[in-house]
Design a protein around this ligand. Sequence first.
Ligand SMILES: Nc1ncnc2c1ncn2[C@@H]1O[C@H](COP(=O)(O)OP(=O)(O)OP(=O)(O)O)[C@@H](O)[C@H]1O
Ligand SMILES: [Mg+2]
Length: 512
Amino acid sequence: MQPLLTIEHLSKVFPGQVALDDVQLEIKAGSTHALVGQNGSGKSTLIKILAGYHEPTGEPVAVFHRPDGADEPLALGDGGAADAAGIRFVHQDLGLVDTVSTVENLALGGGYRTRFGRISWKAETRRAIADLTELGFDDFDVRAPVGALAPSQKTAVALARALRGWENGARLLVLDEPTASLPGADVARLFDAIRRVKERGVAILYVSHHLEEVFEIADEVTILRDGKNVATMPIGELDHERLIELMVGHVVERRRAVISSERGSVLLDAHQLSGGNVRVLDVQVHAGEVVGVAGITGSGREHVIPLVTGQIPSNDGRLYVGDAEVPPFSPRAAIAAGMAFVSADRQRQGNFATLSVTANTTMSDVKRNSQGPRLVHSKERAEAEGWVSKLRTKTSSTEAPMATLSGGNQQKVLFARGLRLKPKVIVLDEPTRGIDVGAKEEIHSLIDQAAAEGSAVLVASTDTEELVRLSHRILILRDGVIATELLGDEITVENIERAQLQQQTKSKVSHS
Ligand SMILES: Nc1ncnc2c1ncn2[C@@H]1O[C@H](COP(=O)(O)OP(=O)(O)OP(=O)(O)O)[C@@H](O)[C@H]1O
Ligand SMILES: [Mg+2]
């Protein structure tokens, strides 16, 4: 395969932080190139430089190789140049406007079609439907607000927007963790869409922490560690263990939750709870127990945690934390009763981007580090430093604003905020979304530990392996109810996936 884009000597130094250190990258024409590395290894920085969001440090050299053999230099750190060269992006946080429709989101990104100087919404709607159908997504209302769409549908919208006008020269599509919030079945749909893009001759640069995806979709892989390119090679020359070793720099052991025979008293009790896509939820989680929640999007799985934490209204049912009944739709009351939670959408919920790591860690209980009415900053800072080293959070300092941390490292801070409360009940939604393999194991150990110390843990995840690793018991939702419960040895990836998908065949039958 011919090279398409060659980059040499790419560095980026942020104040107090070397994000990229003399990186070399070559992407071959028409290939899928995976970019992997631990949290903070520099993946998003590299992509943001390509996109023109950051300026590189020093004098990197980037060249586009045209099919006719001619070379075009590419100015790095210049968004217009990247666009003109045919590089398109789907960023880590998608960057869609939730309050407006798919049609409008696509039109915003790709230029309107006008008729007599006016936007022709009819034409825009037809074009949106055509674009999404081409990616294999023809099953949702393009006029509905994007905020109401399922994660895979949102990703498809971002993909369609990036590819607008690809006929006019899109040559490289860059995807930064596009599957971070997608359940297994939806990942398959996205991959199908990516393959369609590849068939058009567009090369793909693909960032993901899901290594099994990398093995499935990539032709070549580049591994970044601490801002350096430690290897670029065909995916066929690697296996799972070796790839992790290259990323982390040492061998990572994977463990499995120890199933203890004793469970304590019931600390979380949801009784006939309903709301969102959940029709009926009856769950009791005991002290010391980790209960996993699985299900495809639409099964109700996506609303279990918002419901239990009071982030969405409930129609019916009761919820108890310890002995206290928690009124519905009141996260504040849930917290007061002893519940801690980390939500799935770290970008939007609970992350105060301009505040420091210390403030973001300690805000869950400021009294602890106060003397009378006064906050003692040195105590707050010492506590935050403790968590940074415990979770190996990569940051230049505990006083750095959250916005300067990589996505996965921000998640670790939010995690510390919940865990420091030693809560009765811990409720987690996608606890390691976007977290690298090494840190993932650390977070899993922390969850084990919290349970061993007597917390009751309820965890929803689209990462089936994660559920297997963590849970003593797994609940699988279908059609808004708990349809399958797995215990002990029944807890396997295969059993979970099978139980999740039974719904599809079932619902197909019931429609006919
Ligand atoms: N705007 C910024 N200011 C200061 N430091 C930054 C900034 N953006 C990123 N960094 C630092 O650069 C390093 C690389 O971050 P980057 O976001 O590229 O990591 P990543 O590989 O994408 O990680 P993740 O897997 O967590 O998304 C991190 O240590 C981060 O703290
Ligand atoms: Mg990133």
